[in-house]
Design a protein around this ligand. Structure first.
Ligand code: EPZ
Length: 418
């Protein structure tokens, strides 16, 4: 596994262009299965998770052409309806491909995605919804076989506003017979982006971004060109990188309304933030103030930003309280920060952080994708040198993060693993 070697203490200054959204790209790439035609996608980040998703599309028979600025997918010649287990294991969110395969072919075989470092990541809500749509599901030897003669639109009420389940229901029902209504649907901007792309393909969907989404099944979807939204979590990550280093940074291609809770919490901590339609500029406070964070489904504070703002708060003045309401195991990064001098106590889903003046450089591990980002930010602010190990986690979700940080004045170098 590779590492980043970071020399801390440099204030970040300058401009950074935010890449396309990982969490919008994955369902949007999956949606290209549905039209049995050509799809041109722009602003897809070149990261591990999109590479794996495209690898699976090729495995099932799609033709995929990648250039620096666009990805062309031709889904006319799909021959397989099975997602290979080893690739499912590499990335649990490939379960989103199942919804698209079922939506077009009324069949899909895939394996349980398996848990990851932040939690069990069950897919019970996905499977319950598929059954309600009339899809037969058989499970054996860890494989899930879905098959039906037709998909019949119905009403689906989600026990929890699951992002993936909402996306999978939409993908499985856009070509169904009749209307599907999702209540208690997730409202994340990535779902709105997926729906905008599907509507450009000819899907009949309304209510995206609200708790009630209606999908009127259509016969066919047409070819489409679509530009994916900017990555709001990457934007939040760079805001926090500026905040923790006492810097001044302008984000280009960042949509403020996608991360309002992150902006307001950084302002509450003492940062000055200016926004316009497609940019966010932050000037960090001399010393940040402690705040309270509660992660919630959108439009609440995003769970993906929890470990990242956590790194900022370990050096804030006062005691911060973080409550993680979405995933059961998303505080692992704190024990790594403790190696750098962070002071915290965890009681169940609550972490109490007592701010310290300075962190000291150390060797720390990326515990997961966003935990790795948290380590990088801590290294940027720490005195001395920090080695962040297992950065393959970080490369799953951040495009050229080291180059972008270096351009802002950080001293960060890649140390290849064996
Ligand atoms: C998406 O994951 C994102 N991933 C996650 O980002 C993000 O943290 C999460 O939404 C919440 O915003 C992608 O979009 C690829 P959920 P997803 O279904 O869809 C429980 C990152 O760092 N649940 O909304 O898996 C689940 O256990 C990643 O970019 C069930 O119980 O999230 C969790 O506690 C991490 N049963 C909660 O719901 C189900 O069938 C939220 O999960 C599904 C989910």
């Amino acid at each position: 596994m590779s590492s980043y070697i970071i020399k801390g203490g440099k204030r970040l200054n300058g401009e950074v262009k935010i890449s396309g959204s990982k969490n919008a790209s994955l369902p949007i790439i999956a949606a290209s299965i549905l039209n049995g035609s050509k799809t041109k996608l722009y602003n897809i980040p070149d990261i591990h998770d999109t590479q794996i998703t495209l690898k699976i599309l090729k495995y099932i028979g799609c033709r995929v052409k990648k250039t620096s600025e666009k990805i062309e997918i031709d889904s006319r010649y799909i021959t397989k309806k099975e997602i290979p287990e080893h690739l499912m294991r590499e990335m649990r969110s490939t379960v989103i491909l199942a919804g698209a395969l079922i939506g077009r072919f009324k069949e899909a075989t895939f394996s349980y995605p398996g848990g990851c470092d932040i939690g069990a990541r069950p897919i019970d809500l996905h499977l319950k919804a598929f059954k309600k749509l009339g899809i037969n599901i058989e499970e054996e030897y860890g494989l899930i076989r879905c098959k039906c003669d037709k998909i019949t639109g119905t009403n689906i009420d989600l026990d929890f506003p699951s992002v993936g389940a909402t996306e999978n229901i939409i993908l499985a029902s856009v070509l169904a017979q009749g209307k599907t209504t999702i209540t208690n649907a997730a409202k994340e901007p990535e779902i709105v982006d997926l729906v905008q792309m599907l509507k450009k393909m000819g899907a009949k969907i309304s209510g995206e971004g609200t708790a009630q989404i209606e999908i009127e099944g259509v016969q066919k979807l047409k070819e489409v060109s679509y530009r994916v939204m900017p990555d709001r979590i990457e934007a939040g990550t760079f805001l926090c990188a500026a905040a923790i280093t006492g810097g001044k940074v302008k984000l280009i291609n960042a949509i403020p309304e996608h991360i309002v809770p992150v902006i307001s919490k950084l302002e509450e901590a003492g940062c000055k933030i200016k926004t316009d339609e497609n940019s966010i500029e932050i000037e960090a406070a001399k010393r940040l103030k402690a705040v309270e964070i509660k992660t919630m489904p959108y439009p609440g504070f995003p769970t993906d930003m929890q470990s990242i703002i956590g790194a900022v708060l370990v050096t804030a003045k006062g005691t911060s309280i973080i409550t993680e309401n979405i995933f059961e195991n998303r505080f692992k990064y704190l024990s790594e920060l403790n190696r750098m001098g962070a002071k915290y106590k965890q009681e169940g889903s609550v972490a109490i952080i007592t701010g310290v003046k300075k962190l000291l450089g150390a060797k720390v591990k990326s515990t997961d994708l966003r935990g790795g980002a948290s380590m990088i930010l801590a290294g940027l602010a720490a005195r001395g040198e920090t080695q962040v190990e297992n950065i393959e986690y970080v490369l799953r979700g951040y495009e050229n993060i080291d180059k972008k940080l270096s351009k802002l004045g950080a001293e960060i170098k890649l140390k290849e693993g064996d």
